[in-house]
Ligand binder design. Structure first.
Ligand code: SF4
Ligand code: SF4
Length: 358
């Protein structure tokens, strides 16, 4: 698929656009209506990739509660990305403090396990912030409070500002699938990439003094397991409600292409950062508000303004499309969109071998 640079701002940030020189682009779609905030994905990623010295604080995959400040704290206001869709001028960004990520806490394990204390298990002093510190807090007033979970990985952007920010060209986009990687031999730990990524999805390892980030589990995609089989990234495979579809954005027969391009219900997070993410989200919908007496009123529980802030103006149309298709099914009709969103066949959820011979 060729690069179309002529679209409007919204089109450029929402529609499939494979970067110059990249054969195909891997992508993920996450249905936020299914996320239960269990953090299985976070732990699957953590145990596979970031258990070594210096990476204790890193969560390449994290799940945060929205509304909330997220991980690292305040990342949405930390700058980075591009000034405009032309991708000529980057925006200034900040490097988060260790406190904004949250320091690893010490727990009273030894007192409980070896000294017979009957205290509850809890962190010692210093637990002031951490990943998903905002858990389940949300916003709004009873009986109309609301929150939802937002799982985040590196978006393997089509126009990655982290790549552009590195003066050593240590970050690069793989030609065969658009995965964004850090060449550990070239990296000198300048941290321009940390500053440049508006999603704060590059991390600095203080022990190795190099940057690290989500690698989209590329060895699993390449079949480097014991049996030479191809597997989807661990965050997707391990997710209990199976809310992640993995494949190629430019695979026109696949569900990802249909959700992004045909039904336009899968949207990038913060399109105004102009990096053009390749992780897309089905926006959350919630029951309408209630009065104190429990009567239903026709007011959105999750304010649309808030969703527009996260997913851009196209969120209205996306939610309307989903509601329309749900209605069709409720009335006994058929909906391809609803079938895609409920499909539990791994061959459809993970279409990773379609371009292998191409
Ligand atoms: S999300 Fe950040 S780290 Fe990942 S490709 Fe985009 S700009 Fe780079
Ligand atoms: S494993 Fe799935 S359901 Fe659990 S937090 Fe991660 S994305 Fe959400």
């Amino acid at each position: 698929m060729s690069t179309d640079q002529n679209g409007t701002d919204a089109q450029e940030d929402t529609h499939i656009n494979v970067a110059d020189g990249i054969d195909h682009q891997v992508a993920m779609v996450m249905d936020l209506n299914k996320c239960i905030g269990c953090q299985t994905c976070t732990i699957a990623c953590k145990t596979l990739w970031t258990e070594d010295g210096g990476s204790e604080y890193m969560y390449w995959n994290n799940v945060e509660t929205k509304p909330g400040e997220g991980y690292p704290r305040g990342w949405e206001e930390s700058g980075g990305g591009w000034q405009s869709e032309e991708h000529k001028e980057r925006k200034t960004g900040e490097i988060p403090d260790q406190e904004d990520y949250g320091r690893a806490w010490e727990f009273n394990h030894s007192e409980i396990m070896y000294e017979g204390s009957d205290e509850p298990l809890r962190p010692r002093d210093g637990a002031e912030w951490g990943p998903n510190w905002d858990e389940d807090r949300g916003a709004g007033e009873y009986p109309n409070s609301y929150y939802f979970y937002l799982p985040r990985i590196c978006n393997h952007c089509t126009h990655p500002s982290c790549v552009e920010a590195c003066p050593r060209s240590a970050l690069y986009k793989r030609e065969e699938d658009g995965i964004v990687l850090v060449d550990q031999d070239r990296c000198r730990g300048y941290r321009y990439c940390v500053e440049g990524c508006p999603y704060k999805k590059v991390y600095y390892n203080t022990v190795s003094k190099k940057s690290e980030k989500c690698i989209f589990c590329y060895p699993r995609l390449e079949g480097e397991g014991p049996d030479g089989e191809t597997y989807a990234p661990a965050c997707a495979e391990e997710c209990p409600p199976q809310l992640r579809l993995v494949g190629f954005a430019d695979d026109e027969e696949g569900p990802i292409y249909k959700l992004i391009e045909e039904y336009e219900v899968a949207l990038p997070l913060h399109p105004e950062f102009h990096t053009q993410p390749n992780v897309y989200y089905i926006p959350p919908y919630a029951p309408p508000q209630h009065t104190d007496d429990g009567e239903t009123v026709d007011v959105d529980r999750i304010p649309r303004d808030y969703l527009r802030k996260l997913f851009g103006d196209r969120v209205d149309e996306a939610l309307d499309t989903i509601e329309r298709e749900r209605q069709i099914v409720r009335q006994g009709g058929e909906s391809e969109l609803m079938e895609i969103l409920q499909d539990k066949n791994p061959a459809d959820q993970y279409r990773l071998e379609v371009f292998e011979d191409g």
